[in-house]
Design a protein around this ligand. Structure first.
Ligand code: DAH
Length: 339
C-alpha cells in the first residue's frame, strides 16, 4: 500500500511539473483526485487494510492528496503568470512612437466662398435667412410674378414632386417667405441649394447653389442697388474691380439687370478667362416688382426695394480659377486642399 501511494505521488507530481496548459492540470486532478481517480481508488480499498494500519495509511493518503493539490495550485498560478507575461509582451505599447495624425478634411470652395459672401453682407447689416429646398410651386413661381403658364415653369427645367411642390429652381422664393412675415425693413441674404433639370457639364449641374439678396425699406433706389453690389464686387474680387449693369428681364423685378465685373485676371484688357471681353457676368438683380409686394401682403406704395441672385459655384469657380464645375462635386481631398 505504501509503495503504491509513493508511486501515485511520484507520477502525479511528475505529470503536474511537465504540464504546460491549464486544461492539462484539470485532467490530472480528475485522474488522481476525481471520483474514479487513482487516489480515491486507494481510499476505497482501505477495507482490505488491517484495522490497526488504517489510521497510518489514511494519514498517508491525506498527505499525498494535499501534496498533489498544493502542486496543482502552484503550477496553475505559475501557468497563469506566464500566460499574462506572454500577453503583455505581445501587446507592448511604445509610448515614444509619434502619434497617428487623423485627416481632418478641408473646407469646400463653395463653403469658403459662401463664408466670404456672408461676411461681406453681414458687415453691411444684412441677416442670413434660410428657406426650404422642397418648395411650393406658388412660392417658387406664382408669388414671384411667374404665373401658371409662364415659360420659366417649363417642366423640362424643373423637378416636380407633384403639381404643387417642386425642388426649388432658385433661392428667390425665400424673398416671398420673408416679405410675407411683414416685418420691415428687410435686409437679408439667403444662401442655399437649388435644382434644375440640367445635364452635367463643365458649367452645369442639376443641383447647385445660389445666394439671394433682398432689401425692402422706404426710399430704396436703384442707386442703393448699384452701390451695394459694387461694394460687394470690390470686396469679393479686389479693390480695383469695376462693375457694369446691363438691362435684362426677370419677372420679379422691374427694372431688372445683370451685373458684370471687370475681369480680375487681366484687369479688363481681355484674356482667355473673360473670353476676350474684359467682363465677367456674375449676377441678376433689379428693383422688386410691385406685383410681388402685393402678392406677399406689402403695400407697394409704402416701400421700395431691390433684390439680387448670384450663383455660388460661379463665384467659387471665378475666384479660385477652377475651370470645371464637376471638380466641385467630386470631393477629392487633393483638389479641396488647394483652397
Ligand atoms: N432667381 C434668378 C435666377 O435664378 C436670379 C435673380 C435675378 C434673383 C434677379 C433675383 C433677382 O433676386 O432680382 O436666375
Amino acid at each position: 500500500m505504501k509503495d503504491q501511494l509513493e508511486k501515485i505521488r511520484e507520477e502525479a507530481l511528475k505529470q503536474i511539473d511537465s504540464s504546460d496548459a491549464l486544461e492539462r492540470l484539470n485532467d490530472i486532478r480528475v485522474a488522481y483526485l476525481g471520483k474514479k481517480g487513482q487516489l480515491t481508488a486507494v481510499l476505497k480499498s482501505m477495507k482490505n487494510v488491517a484495522p490497526e494500519d488504517r489510521p497510518k495509511v489514511g494519514q498517508m493518503v491525506n498527505e499525498v492528496r494535499e501534496q498533489i493539490e498544493t502542486r496543482l495550485e502552484e503550477t496553475k498560478a505559475e501557468l497563469a503568470r506566464k500566460a499574462r507575461e506572454e500577453q503583455l509582451k505581445k501587446e507592448v505599447i511604445d509610448v515614444t512612437l509619434p502619434a497617428k495624425k487623423s485627416e481632418i478634411g478641408h473646407s469646400h470652395p463653395n463653403t469658403v466662398a459662401l463664408e466670404e459672401v456672408e461676411r461681406i453682407f453681414i458687415g453691411m447689416g444684412y441677416e442670413v435667412v434660410e428657406g426650404p429646398e422642397i418648395e411650393y410651386d406658388e412660392y417658387n413661381f406664382t408669388k414671384l410674378n411667374i404665373p401658371p403658364n409662364h415659360p420659366a415653369k417649363d417642366e423640362q427645367d424643373t423637378f416636380y414632386i407633384n403639381k404643387d411642390i417642386v425642388l426649388r429652381t432658385q433661392t428667390s422664393p425665400v424673398q416671398a417667405r420673408v416679405m410675407e412675415k411683414g416685418k420691415l425693413p428687410i435686409r437679408m441674404i439667403s444662401p442655399g441649394r437649388v435644382f434644375r433639370s440640367d445635364e452635367v457639364d463643365a458649367t452645369h449641374s442639376p443641383s447647385f447653389h445660389q445666394v439671394e439678396g433682398l432689401v425692402v425699406d422706404k426710399n430704396i433706389t436703384f442707386a442703393d442697388l448699384k452701390g451695394t453690389l459694387e461694394e460687394f464686387a470690390k470686396e469679393m474680387f479686389g479693390e480695383n474691380t469695376k462693375v457694369k449693369f446691363r438691362p435684362h428681364h426677370f419677372p420679379f423685378t422691374e427694372p431688372s439687370a445683370e451685373m458684370d465685373v471687370s475681369c480680375f485676371k487681366c484687369g479688363g484688357k481681355g484674356c482667355r478667362f473673360c473670353k476676350g471681353s474684359g467682363w465677367i457676368e456674375i449676377l441678376g438683380c433689379g428693383m422688386v416688382h410691385p406685383h410681388v409686394y402685393e402678392m406677399c401682403g406689402i403695400d407697394p406704395d409704402e416701400v421700395t426695394g431691390f433684390a439680387f441672385g448670384v450663383g455660388l459655384e460661379r463665384i467659387a469657380l471665378l475666384k479660385y480659377e477652377i475651370d470645371d464645375m464637376r471638380l466641385l462635386y467630386e470631393n477629392d481631398i487633393r483638389f479641396l486642399k488647394q483652397f
